[in-house]
Design a protein around this ligand. Sequence first.
Ligand SMILES: *[C@@H]1O[C@H](CO)[C@@H](O)[C@H](O)[C@H]1NC(C)=O
Ligand SMILES: *[C@H]1O[C@H](CO)[C@@H](O)[C@H](O)[C@H]1NC(C)=O
Length: 429
Amino acid sequence: MPVCPKSSLLDHVLVVIRTGATEVTEKLPIYSKTILRCIPNYVIYSDMEEDLQGHHIYDVLDQVNDDVKKCAPEFELYEKLRSGGRQGLDYETTFGSGPSGAMDNPGWKLDKWKFLPMVERALQHSPDAKWFVFIELDTYMVWQNMLEYLDKFDASQPYYIGKHMYIGSVLFAHGGSGFVLSYAAADKVSKHWKEHQDEYEQYTLEEWAGDMILGKVLEDVGVDLFWSFPNFQGDSLTTIDWNITKIDREPWCYAPTTFHHMITPEFSMVWEFEQNWLRRKQPGASPPCFRDIFKSLVLPWLRAERSDWDNISTGSALSPAEQEAQSSFEKCQAVCGMKQKCIQFSYVQGKCSISNELRLGRAAELQCLEYSNAAGKCIKYETAKSEGDGNPHGESQVRSGWIMNRVEAYVTKLDQSCDGRPERHEWVI
Ligand SMILES: *[C@@H]1O[C@H](CO)[C@@H](O)[C@H](O)[C@H]1NC(C)=O
Ligand SMILES: *[C@H]1O[C@H](CO)[C@@H](O)[C@H](O)[C@H]1NC(C)=O
């Protein structure tokens, strides 16, 4: 049995999971094995109604006007799903294609239509809830932190809480990072949407991001976004820069409620970490912060050299004098060592990359040259030059390394930045 967090809010939060038929079979199993086990009230909204792996999944698009369904091309997928289910879909429809990956998956294009009906449905589903937490299947939610965080707000007020983002002049909470509406805010959105459904459907036809469309409605009803970075943030365990700084806040001393773009092994790692934390937790103890997660799950993996490992950074350019670094792992390491701020590097046959940012990265056979945050994955790999030397663990494998004394100094410096503060510093409130 898992250890689950205790909170007086436990029965007053509805967790709303937004997904699509093209991804749900692959992503639901790890969700069920981990975080869903501790969430008493949740609901799953999708573009197709079905019973799957013991869960009922709702079609949240059934309220979209029929005229829209006829004229918006992305509803072709919806109609296909309604008539033939998932079986009839081809590979490209399911996974998308092209460099941006997920971005041109028809399932993703359909996604923007779910946001407004989803709020209304969630209210109907749990009319007594105080809070509605909206996440996606690749969002890992640190449930104990979410509960503790929400407890700091007055649920009777209209609240819209999340990681800030802009498209044009519209400010909104980024969907993949997770966001929260209090009952009062959700109720305003729902009422306003019902009165202006045609206008917002027209707006949705013209725009591409559902989280932004919802942000527009919140703006229209006069509910401001509460900027909660880094309690909400958009990176995964392995791709986050552990000192990423936005709106003058460094994550280290804060408690995360979400990680985004999380893959199955990362779900397992953070879940195990949370379980251990909850088992040892004393009443009133501080919540797990970024620094605690770093020390348990990242630091033990860092070393001077790791084979078949890609730290996933874009790196800074090497000067002509440093081109020699391209000739071997050791020379690459030496160049990083000579640059004062360089903390990690990676090497694959003929290509050295260095970086001042600390990221864990992932086991990999190929070196990632371009990582897309939007797609949540590497979009350009270095193709290993095959020299036909018959050595599968030779120079064509990517290797990474960290400058370990700098990692130590990095941790010390960031720790001091938390410990030097007079008050508790885990939450943006
Ligand atoms: C973390 O980032 C901040 C802001 O960019 C910078 O001032 C600080 O030196 C960085 N800390 C470390 C340990 O690199
Ligand atoms: C990590 O590896 C990538 C290549 O995979 C490289 O471009 C980058 O510079 C390395 N990052 C760091 C921080 O060393």
